[in-house]
Design a protein around this ligand. Structure first.
Ligand SMILES: *[C@@H]1O[C@H](CO)[C@@H](O)[C@H](O)[C@H]1NC(C)=O
Ligand SMILES: *[C@@H]1O[C@H](CO)[C@@H](O)[C@H](O)[C@H]1NC(C)=O
Ligand SMILES: *[C@@H]1O[C@H](CO)[C@@H](O)[C@H](O)[C@H]1NC(C)=O
Ligand SMILES: *[C@@H]1O[C@H](CO)[C@@H](O)[C@H](O)[C@H]1NC(C)=O
Ligand SMILES: *[C@@H]1O[C@H](CO)[C@@H](O)[C@H](O)[C@H]1NC(C)=O
Ligand SMILES: *[C@@H]1O[C@H](CO)[C@@H](O)[C@H](O)[C@H]1NC(C)=O
Length: 937
């Protein structure tokens, strides 16, 4: 705020009364008014207190003769705050319009008295308090609608003889309307709707002869309508809906010849609908719904030739369907919830040829007492968008002409006695969104032509006697959300393609005769069991029935074994590693604390040297002795895919081939296999079977892991379970591991700096997501970071420790012994709680590995180099740049590389609490990233 304005505002209360009259009063008043407001969008920025006149300010208009402000129009300016007294200075103000802002506080009574005011519009704000009772007499229009004003309507309002428009709707006003409204001879519009007024309507309202629009809807008015209202012959809109008016609708209603809109809905009117209504030739919209009108609809209504919308739903009307609704301009006719019965005459024949495509658009005859058949020429109503005939007693079949309803959105014939089949002509109703035919006696097949209704979102055919298969073409109706085919006699299997329906919210096929396998993937992985129950021959994990016919054989893993259906452990018969690593680690625990990472290194050397060369292939795979001995396997296992489908016929063969082995880790061997559809997947055969939890726990954990989806995490797509063999099915990542790219790749495929930075950032994002999901990786190392075709890193192998019965450190340590160098020091210390900070440590080491291109621990001829210590030393000596991978030459931005190295060192702190959270790491990396370095050289 400029200092001058600040000072000015401080003194404003004094100034307002004592300023030099030469200073423009309007500028002063408006600046003070502005000071009481918040103006988040800066709409009033042009209001400058240094200006001599406000006439060019936004929202301000002056009278050219006097050069004084005559209009202030600040609608929808997003202003909040209070309406300040400053406005009182605007002595020539005629129009004050502050509608659709967020103004609060009460309405200052002084403002209502500004002498020159003619129109006040404060609608759609948050004003509260009562309505001022002393208003300036020149007012012609007052609009205070959509605020929170409360209290009673002050009778003084009726003294504003010039008033033409009064809108107080949508507030919290209450009490009775005071007498005296007839004083407002010029009143044209009165809107008091959506308040809490009660009592009778003012008996003298008929005095306001010029009233055109009367809205008293949604209050608590009661009693009869005042007789004097019949004098309101100019009235074109009368809204009395949502009150408690009672008695018969008065016959004089027909005298209001200019009525275009009449709303008496949701009251307690009873008796017959007055015949005189037929005199209302200008009537466009009639709403008599939710009353207790009885008897027939008056035939005179055929004279209301302009009627577009008629709603008489929820009454007690009897008789036939009036034919005039088909013949005239009517667009929407709602008759639901009466007792209309169409008697002997087929109700549409009279209309044949008469209805034009521009005719009826909405016809709701639901919940009446219609019997007989649907008219065969219903297709003549070519403009229909909604046709609701539900909850009647209709019989016969669905007419073929239904296919001529080209623009129909909603067809509802539910809850009738229709029989026959669903005509294939339904495919002609190409705009159909909802088809509801439930609770009838329909037979035959679901027509495949339904495929043409490509906008269909709801297909409800339950409770009929439909038979035959569920047509696969339904899978092409990709907008489907609600499908209910329950309680029919459908047979066959569920088309696999149904998993394409990505918008499904409900798919109920319960209580049919379906058989075969439930589709796997998409909505069907989480389909509620009740939606498929009552089909004794359906199988799949949801119904707890395995599908023996579909994948009867386990995947054979041993190429030397010819017995199908059996599984032989690869390691069967081999001698296992000689030393228990966990013991070593336990012994080494004290040393860890004393010597930090060096101790780890020493241990690692000892482990390596203790391996006998003959045991090497196995020992290197993890060195554990946990593989189960093969026992008699049951004939089938359980295969669950979280998304999509899997056809392993080709894959099983591939698995036999040792060449398809991708790698080995602490938890098992990973193979690549190709599904029939050509997609590659990676399959991990768990080698820790005997430690795996119960099937139930295993499935629960694996399903949880399957839910984790992140760009930088390898997705778990499914699993295969038998008691002795567990496979985890992962997405296949094409470009191998980070380890390979850093240490094994030929120099020309060496990662660029930009790629390395992206790998670091991606790993951080992946880990951060994991930690958000409360999952600790436990097993970070560069062989577990996979690189995809676009050089994005994907963290793999996460969460597997959860499959073990408990997080036993010994087991964990032995599982991840190959990760020595990445393992946080606290792992060796039984008393320190292991948290996600152990992953941060591993990440820190990975960062250093990526930047330097060196392994965490390098074995030289007679030396051991611990990466972390080496880098830390270099940093202390001020030559950390020399650590950066020499293969990068000098083309790397030091302003990125050095902070990244420092970040890696902080992550690899010995003390867990010194390490940042992964989410912080992501933030830091994004800060470090040079903004200019978009692409690579
Ligand atoms: C209106 O103001 C209230 C309180 O000042 C605030 O909570 C609300 O978000 C505002 N609404 C709009 C639409 O600005
Ligand atoms: C009053 O203001 C509201 C909202 O700004 C507007 O919709 C309504 O038509 C106005 N009432 C009259 C009678 O002009
Ligand atoms: C509606 O009117 C009937 C008599 O016509 C009366 O019995 C009933 O109490 C009234 N209901 C209400 C809500 O006023
Ligand atoms: C008629 O009035 C009722 C209740 O006030 C409302 O729900 C319904 O939408 C109205 N009908 C039409 C066609 O506007
Ligand atoms: C879905 O539509 C496509 C293209 O129109 C067609 O090739 C495919 O066969 C259809 N699918 C089914 C199950 O009919
Ligand atoms: C399947 O088994 C699970 C757990 O054993 C149980 O909760 C579920 O209700 C069963 N589902 C069916 C359809 O029987």
């Amino acid at each position: 705020m400029p200092f001058k304005l600040f000072l000015f505002l401080l003194l404003a209360p004094v100034l307002i009364h004592s300023l030099d009259p030469v200073l423009n009063e309007d500028v002063l008043g408006l600046i003070v008014f502005k000071a009481g407001l918040e103006d988040p969008e800066g709409k009033l920025i042009s209001w400058n207190e240094d200006d001599e006149s406000p006439c060019n300010w936004l929202g301000v208009k002056c009278d050219p003769r006097t050069n004084r402000v005559s209009e202030l129009v600040l609608n929808s300016f997003s202003l909040s705050g209070h309406i300040d007294k400053g406005l009182l200075k605007l002595q020539f103000l005629q129009i004050l319009s502050l509608s659709r802002n967020n103004l609060t506080g009460t309405i200052n009574p002084d403002i209502a008295r500004i002498g020159s005011l003619r129109a006040v519009d404060l609608s759609e704000n948050n004003l509260y308090g009562s309505i001022p009772d002393d208003w300036c007499f020149s007012l012609t229009a007052v609009n205070l609608s959509s605020n929170q004003l409360s209290g009673k309507l002050p009778s003084e309002i009726w003294n504003l003889r010039g008033l033409q428009s009064l809108d107080l709707s949508d507030n919290l006003l209450y009490g009775e309307i005071p007498q005296g409204i007839e004083n407002l001879y010029g009143l044209r519009v009165i809107r008091l709707g959506k308040n809490r007024f009660s009592g009778k309507l003012p008996g003298d309202i008929g005095g306001c002869l010029h009233l055109k629009l009367v809205d008293f809807s949604e209050n608590f008015f009661s009693g009869w309508l005042p007789e004097s209202m019949q004098r309101l012959s100019s009235c074109s809109s009368l809204s009395l809906g949502g009150n408690s008016f009672s008695g018969e609708a008065p016959d004089w209603i027909g005298e209001l010849r200019n009525l275009e809109e009449l709303d008496l809905s949701a009251n307690n009117f009873s008796g017959q609908i007055p015949h005189s209504i037929g005199k209302l030739q200008l009537l466009l919209k009639l709403n008599l719904s939710m009353n207790e009108f009885a008897g027939n609809l008056p035939e005179s209504m055929a004279n209301c030739i302009n009627l577009l919308t008629v709603d008489v739903s929820h009454n007690l009307l009897v008789g036939g369907i009036p034919s005039w609704i088909f013949k005239q301009a009517v667009r929407s006719a709602s008759f639901f919830g009466n007792q209309l019965s169409e008697g002997e005459d087929p109700w549409l024949t009279s209309t044949t040829g008469a209805a034009s495509p521009g005719g009826l658009q909405v016809l709701d005859l639901s919940a009446n007492a219609l019997s007989g058949e649907l008219p065969s020429d219903i297709g003549n109503l070519g403009g229909l968008q909604v046709l609701n005939m539900s909850r009647n007693h209709l019989s016969g079949s669905i007419p073929k002409s239904i296919g001529e309803l080209k623009v129909v959105d909603i067809l509802d014939f539910s809850d009738n006695r229709l029989n026959g089949s669903i005509p294939s002509e339904i495919g002609g109703a190409i705009s159909l969104k909802e088809l509801r035919l439930q609770k009838n006696f329909l037979t035959g097949k679901i027509p495949t032509k339904i495929e043409k209704c490509s906008s269909l979102t709801s297909l409800i055919l339950s409770h009929n006697n439909l038979s035959g298969p569920i047509p696969a073409v339904i899978a092409n109706l990709t907008n489907l959300q609600y499908v209910d085919l329950s309680l029919n006699s459908l047979s066959g299997s569920l088309p696999k393609e149904l998993t394409n329906l990505s918008h499904l919210l409900c798919f109920n096929v319960s209580n049919n005769h379906l058989h075969g396998e439930l589709p796997v993937g998409g909505f069907f992985n989480t389909i509620p069991p009740l939606s498929v129950s009552g089909n004794p021959s359906l199988c799949g994990s949801v119904v707890n029935r395995t599908c023996p016919a579909v994948h009867p054989k386990p995947i054979v893993l041993n190429p030397n074994s010819s017995d199908s259906g059996g599984y032989n452990s690869r390691s069967h018969g081999h001698k296992k590693i000689l030393l228990s690593i966990s013991t070593l680690i336990a012994i080494g625990a004290a040393a860890f604390i004393a010597f930090g990472v060096i101790a780890v290194t020493v241990l690692n050397i000892r482990v390596r040297s203790s391996m006998s060369p003959s045991a090497a292939p196995l020992a290197l795979s993890g060195g554990e002795d946990f593989s189960c001995s093969p026992t008699a396997d049951p004939n089938y296992g359980k295969l669950v895919m979280f998304s999509g489908d899997a056809d392993f016929e080709a894959g099983a063969q591939a698995l036999l081939n040792k060449d398809s082995e991708l790698g080995r880790g602490g938890f098992g061997v990973v193979y690549r296999t190709v599904l029939r559809d050509g997609r590659s997947i990676a399959i991990k055969k768990l080698t820790v079977s005997s430690l795996i939890k119960s099937q139930e726990d295993f499935e629960k954990e694996v399903k949880n892991l399957g839910k984790i989806r992140h760009h930088n995490l390898v997705a778990l797509e499914g699993y295969y379970w038998t008691p002795s063999l567990q496979l985890l099915i992962y997405e296949y990542i094409s470009n191998g591991s980070l380890y390979k790219r850093l240490h094994d790749a030929p120099a020309r495929r060496c990662l660029t700096w930009r790629q390395r930075f992206n790998v670091i950032l991606g790993m951080a994002k992946g880990l951060s997501h994991l930690h958000q999901m409360d999952i600790i990786h436990y097993n970070l190392k560069s062989t577990n970071i996979l690189i995809d075709g676009s050089c994005e890193p994907k963290v793999s192998d996460f969460g597997l420790a959860r499959l073990l019965p408990m997080l036993d450190r010994c087991i964990l340590s032995s599982k991840i012994q190959s990760a020595l160098g990445y393992m946080a020091p606290e792992f060796a210390c039984q008393t320190v709680k292991i948290t996600e900070k152990c992953d941060v440590y591993g990440f820190g080491i990975l960062v250093l590995e990526v930047v330097t291109g060196k392994r965490p621990v390098e074995y030289m001829e007679d030396d051991v180099v611990v990466l972390c210590d080496m880098v830390r030393g270099a940093l202390e000596e001020g030559k950390v740049e020399e650590c950066v991978d020499e293969r990068l030459g000098s083309i790397f931005p030091a302003e990125e590389a050095i902070p990244v190295i420092k970040l890696g060192l902080v992550c690899a702190s010995q003390v867990p609490s010194n390490r940042p959270d992964m989410s912080e790491v992501v933030n830091i990396l994004e800060l470090i990233q040079c903004p200019s370095e978009g692409q690579d050289e």
